[in-house]
Design a protein around this ligand. Structure first.
Ligand code: NAD
Length: 502
């Protein structure tokens, strides 16, 4: 139990969940988990030591080999995932308390995008688990010399990889965890999940729920800890697939670590996405979308637009509207209904954001709004806050326009022609998301087709990550896709069985 910003939070057990049981492991590096809104400790979580990592992989391997999961019928796996979904739904108030406490993400956003959406994704995977394993190609008759003929055919079987190591970041911990274990388990794999050490509690709640839902032992294992635990999972030969969401720096390291064994790696990495605002756009809408992209979870979202690429003829008006929208945003506690924006995850994140802003300002950028740590009394004491910040009078070559800042900071860049807008948007090491605002849907669609990114939102898009639709990035934003049948396919091997029927 812990007090987080005045709310009593029932934290889960802080141990390793291995082979269906809780196990103490105090040899790894412990982490004091903080409430980012107040800077107060929520609790201490031990790191898994090498023997715990070994035990989790042994359990996952055995569960993958014995057929209790991979060999179960799709229907049985679906029923088990529905049970897990049912248990979690019954715990949703507690899930919300825990996620709000460990992320500092404002209550309304947490309810919808952190918890509600995670439950919706899990339900999707419970249903998707019913997908038949076998599909057939039509048999073919092949003439043989002498007038005889052969009847032959093909069956294509989807098989699980085996053991999936799932490594996740801190910003949407429950959703990111579910987006990995949902398709991995639905496809018949077993999972060792290692959440971010900054937000481990929602993964531990998943373990608690797996215990209540009677998931077979070893099917879902949860290890706590940081980089050493993650690194151990990416180099162990018992792991068949590494599914990672996080920064491109760590993603590249994981790809290299997995290369010697040619282990499959799925990577969902960072972004530096562009919001293209055309001159014909409804500027009130454009500024609302622009402001949302700066303030949502204090800019700690991989798909958020941090480069606002605006047609010159409307640039002044867009900037004025954006400044007005962001100037009134209140920094506050996540449970305060008047809060416009919550905290960053840790003091180091505030330092990183402030460092980027200072460097750009020293180099001549103009601050449209924000631009410095909050003055005393304008944000909750002890929390890790930084105001929404927009910089102008710079170009796309500046570090602040190229590097992922992962905080509430955006730059405004101008363009004259659509070709120029496309060139600026695509001139990035990343390629996760894009956004277009225009009154002409056909023009917006054509622009969307030209952006080299995994998703593009037109006029704000539907506003959430649909589990039925592929999600992922180009270039340094990742490898592979999550969600949709394409996301499920990533967790399956295809085997073609060729038969002779006479
Ligand atoms: P991070 O890369 O620092 O850490 C992610 C995870 O990797 C953590 O669990 C961490 O303990 C682990 N890790 C660190 N070093 C490791 C190593 N050498 N081997 C194995 N595991 C290791 O990311 P973060 O700061 O937690 O999250 C923010 C980043 O995540 C941003 O770059 C953001 O864009 C990205 N992100 C991407 C998506 C997406 O779907 N594309 C979604 C959310 C966040």
């Amino acid at each position: 139990m812990s007090h987080a910003a005045g709310t009593r939070v029932e934290l889960p057990r802080a141990d390793q969940f291995i082979d269906g049981r809780w196990r103490e492991s105090n040899g790894g590096e412990p982490e004091t988990v903080l409430d980012p809104a107040t800077g107060q400790p929520l609790g201490t979580v031990p790191g898994a030591d090498p023997s715990a990592v070994d035990a989790a992989l042994t359990a996952a391997r055995r569960a993958a080999a014995t057929g209790t999961w991979a060999g179960a019928t799709p229907r049985a796996r679906s029923e088990a995932l529905y049970r897990l979904h049912g248990v979690l739904t019954g715990m949703s108030e507690r899930l919300l308390d825990v996620v709000v406490a460990e992320t500092g993400c404002p209550l309304r956003l947490s309810k919808g995008q952190q918890v509600g959406l995670a439950l919706r994704h899990l339900e999707h995977w419970a249903e998707a688990a019913r997908r038949p394993e076998l599909t057939a190609r039509p048999p073919v008759v092949t003439p043989r010399p002498g007038g005889a003929a052969t009847l032959g055919g093909w069956a294509v079987r989807r098989e699980p990889y085996g053991v999936v190591a799932a490594i996740t970041p801190y910003n949407f911990p429950l959703l990111e965890n579910v987006m990995k274990l949902g398709p991995a388990l639905a496809a018949g794999n077993t999972v060792v999940l290692k959440p971010s050490p900054l937000t481990p509690y929602s993964a531990l709640l998943l373990a608690e729920a797996a215990e209540f839902a009677d998931l077979p032992a070893g099917v879902l294992n949860v290890l706590t800890g940081g980089a050493p635990v993650g690194a151990a999972l990416t180099t162990d030969p018992r792991v068949d697939l590494v599914s990672f969401t996080g920064s491109d720096t760590v993603g590249a390291r994981i790809l290299a670590a997995a290369a010697p064994r040619v282990t499959k790696v799925l990577l969902e990495l960072g972004g530096k996405s562009a919001l293209v605002v055309c001159a014909d756009a409804d500027l009130a809408l454009a500024a609302r979308i622009g402001a949302q992209n700066v303030t949502t979870h204090a800019g700690q979202g991989c798909v958020l637009a941090t480069r606002h690429v605006v047609q010159h003829s409307v640039r002044d008006e867009y900037q004025e509207r954006l400044r007005a929208a962001l100037g009134g945003v209140r920094l506050g506690l996540p449970r305060d209904p008047g809060t416009g924006m919550g905290p960053l995850i840790r003091a180091a994140a505030v330092d990183r954001v402030d460092g980027h802003v200072r460097t750009a300002v020293r180099a001549g950028a103009t601050v449209l709004t924000g631009g410095a740590r909050p003055a005393p009394g304008t944000a909750p004491a002890g929390g890790f806050y930084y105001p929404p910040t927009v910089l102008t009078d710079l170009d796309n070559t500046w570090a602040v326009a190229r590097e992922e800042i992962f905080g509430p900071v955006a730059v405004v860049l101008g363009f004259d022609t659509e070709d120029e807008a496309v060139a600026i948007a695509n001139d990035s090491a990343y390629g996760l998301a894009g956004h277009v605002v225009s009154a002409d849907p056909g023009r917006a669609f054509e622009l969307a087709c030209r952006l080299r990114t995994g998703t593009v939102d037109i006029n704000g898009g539907p506003g959430y990550t649909n589990p039925d639709v592929p999600f992922g990035g180009y270039r340094r934003s990742g490898l592979g896709r999550e969600n949709g049948t394409e996301g499920l396919d990533e967790y399956t091997q295809l085997k073609t069985i060729k038969y002779h029927a006479g």
